[in-house]
Ligand binder design. Structure first.
Ligand code: GAR
Length: 201
């Protein structure tokens, strides 16, 4: 059974989708064992507490640079024997050394169809603002492996979502979450956990 750490910074609706999937028996090859938040006020921490999942807060500003932050995070994850790291709205960019150390062991959910509206500066609501500014008629979400290139790792799963004429960034964000992210992330998590289990046997 692969131990999963979910890294969060905010509301944690994707964490909730993972917890719900776990409780529904849909993540058979993994166990959500730890939640790490870069923000002490993240509502995601309450979701973890309600589900009795241990959590830790690691603030970027408490470390001199990204490298030191990455080292502390690595120690935390290794002490907990974590086999898969899921970035679910984690807003701190991780150093290259961290991404290399956990190669093929970190996945991320991004709220667009990569390679559209991704890379540095594209996160959260900004992604949907950019999609509406461009006038795309279809957007969606992507789950991908995390590499040194921001949003550049191998794609695991994608789902398209229609844009409506009356959309605001907020309504579009909500639809992308409901129709794509909350389904895609638990499925991709189970897929990768299953691959890890098969690899180890
Ligand atoms: C989600 O839409 C996620 O895809 C996005 O932040 C939101 C977090 O929501 N992540 C990124 O933009 C990463 N580049 P949540 O805290 O409610 O899960």
């Amino acid at each position: 059974m692969t131990k999963i750490a979910v890294l969060v910074s905010g509301g944690g609706t994707n964490l909730q989708a993972l917890i719900d999937a776990q409780q529904a028996g849909k993540i058979e090859n993994g166990q959500i064992s730890l939640v790490v938040s870069s923000n002490p006020k993240a509502y995601a921490l309450e979701r973890a507490a309600k589900a009795a999942i241990p959590s830790e807060v690691l603030r970027r500003r408490d470390f001199s640079d990204a490298e030191e932050y990455g080292k502390a995070l690595t120690a935390l994850l290794e002490n907990a024997d974590i086999g898969l790291i899921v970035l679910a709205g984690f807003m701190t960019v991780l150093p290259d050394s961290f991404c290399r150390h956990f190669e093929n062991r970190i996945i991320n959910v991004h709220p667009s169809l990569i390679p559209s509206f991704c890379g540095e500066g594209f996160y959260g609501l900004r992604v949907h603002e950019a999609a509406l500014a461009k006038g795309v008629k279809v957007t969606g979400a992507t789950v991908h492996f995390v590499s040194e290139v921001v949003d550049g790792g191998a794609i695991i799963a994608q789902k398209a979502v229609e844009v409506e004429d009356s959309d605001t960034p907020e309504t579009l964000q909500r639809r992308v979450m409901e129709q794509a992210e909350w389904k895609l992330l638990p499925r991709a998590t189970e897929l990768v956990c299953r691959a890890i289990t098969e690899e180890e046997n």
